[in-house]
Ligand binder design. Structure first.
Ligand code: SF4
Length: 726
């Protein structure tokens, strides 16, 4: 007789005929999972599995990584360069030489007519680091426009800005191993299980061995908050008030690490004077967390032997994003929780190579965390590239979110977009549409021809994606990992590195500067340019990256492993070696609900999709599990408006409207609704996107809307389907 499991049919995995597994790194989120892609006898990718040797993911992958091999045969790929034929207002297929010649001549025409900075370039967090560095070299060294940025301004700019203000430099100081040591974890605006499932799994592994308090600060009852010991349902946009109040309690009760503050920080007097104004009673009225909870959390955090903070977009995408990061850093500085095992201030980055662009793209300055504002940095890079340092501007130009308004005003006439899709990702879609229509020349370089933005382009350059190319990504914990070229791009599509190198040949300085043809040749330049610096790559080789499944920087020449943590010696990147404790006054400048628009609207991710669904929208299982845009709405609020579960409702903001399927749930408060941000023609028709003054990052999560029941449900269903078309 058979009992229990033996009675069931055993699980059978289909034999996909894999004859070879090729090592690479996941191209979606910043967790940085090592992946092996299985190839069958024809050399066709048919499977993915997590690398069991990789410390990051230990053999695991999330749903996006498991099906990532399907991208190689996904629909909508660009396979031929295109140029718009004005006579028929449609794209025509052209040769690469024709497309590149036209691109270069349009860039030169616009620069000669309107000035060098009238042509802007906006890239992404998706390219390989070697490609970022080469694009920076082309933009700063050959084309010479100062209006150059990445779409990372929509996700990580506040973290970068906050790190620079507190520590004197960008660079996340901690690592995933800090979970193994910490005694208290506080997560701000981070829904880890959905946004970064494998980092969450690493945390769960530790919590199964030993327990420590997990505190989640989020206006919404997220998946992460449901597993936390404490959920602080904060009023949107008031993180700075909570952080000031936590510091208030810590200092008032003498729980701070005085020795650490004295030895390693500056600005304590001004900081303590400011936080003295944020007593828990007053703070609770603004941030919505009761006074006892503020006191309890402050005590828990400060009394723990080590405590760590993580955060994602809930902090960054705010008018106080940079201040929120500074506040988190200060909380860790006053409790001595920087550079120690289990004590850190760790921004969980968004895109797979958001870190690579921060380090090497030159978007915010010059490569290797150098800045345009320093003469010695301009001279060093000009000498290395072999050009006149006067070619460089002396300060940074516009961020992405300032480039679009500058197109509106006519200051910018041409734009080259690389692997980014502002028609879905930017706030206030209607405004972006009009903006793109004003351009004299829009070049769209993307792996997918069907991205919404291509419709507005004049030239389309088809590129390879992910493991159709070779190079490295840097993950959230500063781990540089290898992306091997598994197969070649389809049709005539080319790796971005090839496209940048070919474009460089068409500019005067591009002929003077050396542009290595191979990714490994570029990587050697990164080693040379970073030697002795904070982000030292000089000890890394491609072979070492694959053998160790990624190496953390700094990794100095001759080192056999990288360094897991920064600032272990308490020395920061300011000239005096000290971190700054910065007082943060709270300025209440968000759009807030009122009589006309009585609901907070927030947006975020679901586990199945990535960013604007350019890729995941074409993968079967991702769409099976998350097929359509929807709105989470509180049942009591819905009842008052006569709106039913699984009906369509219309949201209206001061910018526009959107029709969305209603999911009634207690996850959101009665005055709040939530919509995933992945879908075209949906949440960003409504968002305002006020900018953070330091980082220029938009406040995607603080908007006011009203909600109306929809009578014609059939018509609404048609409109909703349009938002998921692929
Ligand atoms: Fe890829 Fe991120 Fe999923 Fe890991 S957690 S498999 S890096 S999407």
């Amino acid at each position: 007789m058979l009992f229990g499991r033996q009675k069931k049919n055993p699980v059978k995995l289909p034999d996909k005929g894999v004859v070879e597994w090729k090592y690479t790194t996941c191209g979606y989120c910043s967790t940085g999972c090592s992946i092996e892609v299985g190839l069958n006898a024809d050399g066709t990718p048919v499977s993915c599995r997590g690398s069991s040797d990789a410390d990051v993911n230990r053999g695991k992958l999330c749903i996006k990584g498991i099906f990532e091999y399907e991208l190689f045969k996904s629909a909508g790929r660009g396979t031929v360069p295109l140029v718009r034929d004005k006579t028929i207002d449609a794209y025509k297929e052209v040769s690469w030489d024709h497309a590149l010649d036209r691109s270069a001549s349009e860039i030169k025409r616009i620069q000669e007519t309107y000035g060098r900075d009238s042509f802007a370039i906006v890239s992404t967090g998706q390219l390989l680091t070697e490609e970022f560095y080469t694009l920076g070299k082309l933009t700063r060294g050959a084309i010479g426009t100062n209006n150059y940025d990445g779409n990372t301004t929509l996700c990580m700019a506040s973290a970068v800005s906050g790190y620079k203000r507190s520590f004197g430099s960008d660079g996340p100081p901690g690592c995933y191993d800090d979970f193994e040591h910490t005694e208290c974890l506080m997560a701000f605006g981070s829904n880890l299980p959905e946004q970064h499932p494998i980092i969450y799994w690493r945390l769960r592994q530790v919590l199964e061995k030993r327990s420590f308090p997990v505190i989640v600060v989020d206006p919404r009852v997220t998946m992460f908050s449901q597993m936390a010991d404490m959920h602080l349902a904060i009023t949107p946009g008031t993180d700075v008030v909570l952080l000031n109040s936590l510091a208030h309690v810590i200092l008032k009760e003498g729980l701070e690490d005085q020795a650490y503050i004295k030895a390693n920080t500056s600005g304590f007097d001004e900081f303590s004077e400011l936080v003295a104004q944020y007593d828990p009673v007053s703070a609770s009225k603004i941030c919505g967390i009761d006074e006892d909870t503020i006191r309890n959390v402050a005590r828990l955090y400060a009394k723990a032997d080590s405590a760590m903070s993580i955060w994602t977009m809930g902090i960054n995408q705010s008018t106080h994003g940079s201040d929120g990061v500074v506040g988190i850093n200060s909380l860790n500085l006053i409790t001595g929780n920087i550079g120690v095992e289990g004590g850190t201030s760790l921004s969980i980055t968004g895109q797979c190579n958001a870190m690579g662009t921060r380090e090497w793209s030159s978007c915010s300055g010059l490569p290797g965390y150098r800045v345009l504002e320093k003469e010695e940095d301009r001279q060093y890079i000009a000498d290395y590239w072999g050009i006149d340092p006067e070619f460089f501007p002396k300060k940074r130009g516009m961020a992405q979110t300032d480039i679009f308004p500058a197109i509106e005003t006519g200051e910018i006439k041409g734009l080259w977009l690389i692997a980014t899709n502002p028609m879905t990702s930017m706030p206030n879609t209607a405004r972006i549409r009009k903006t793109l229509e004003k351009l004299e020349c829009l070049i769209v370089q993307d792996a997918y021809q069907d991205v919404e933005t291509t419709e507005y382009g004049h030239i389309f350059l088809p590129s390879g994606l992910w493991a159709e190319k070779e190079g490295v990504f840097t993950n959230t914990e500063r781990r540089v990992n290898l992306v091997n070229n598994v197969i070649d791009p389809p049709g005539l599509a080319k790796p971005d590195l090839w496209i940048f190198n070919q474009m460089a040949k068409r500019f005067d300085n591009g002929q003077k500067i050396r542009f290595p043809e191979t990714a490994e040749g570029v990587f050697k330049e990164l080693g040379e340019l970073s030697k002795g610096r904070m982000l030292d790559y000089s000890g890394m080789t491609y072979q070492m990256l694959e053998e160790q499944c990624g190496v953390q920087w700094p990794c100095t020449e001759g080192a056999v492993i990288g360094a897991p943590r920064l600032y272990t010696d308490g020395k920061f990147q300011y000239p005096d070696g000290k971190a700054k404790l910065i007082p943060l006054d709270f300025i209440d400048n968000n759009e807030k609900p009122d009589d006309e628009y009585p609901f907070w609207l927030s947006s975020g991710r679901v586990v199945e999709h990535f960013h604007t669904r350019t890729r995941t929208g074409k993968v079967g299982n991702q769409n099976k599990f998350s097929p359509t845009p929807y709105m989470e709405m509180n049942p009591d609020a819905a009842k008052a408006l006569g709106i039913e579960h699984m009906s369509y409702a219309r949201l209206v903001s001061r910018r526009g409207d959107a029709v969305v399927l209603v999911q009634l749930t207690q996850r959101v408060a009665p005055n709040t609704v939530f919509i995933p941000f992945h879908f075209h023609d949906c949440v960003n028709r409504l968002t305002l996107g006020l900018l953070d003054p330091y980082s220029r990052q938009p406040a995607f999560k603080q908007n006011a809307v009203r909600i109306e029941a929809v009578e014609d449900q059939d018509a609404a269903a048609v409109r909703n389907v349009a938002a998921r078309t692929y």
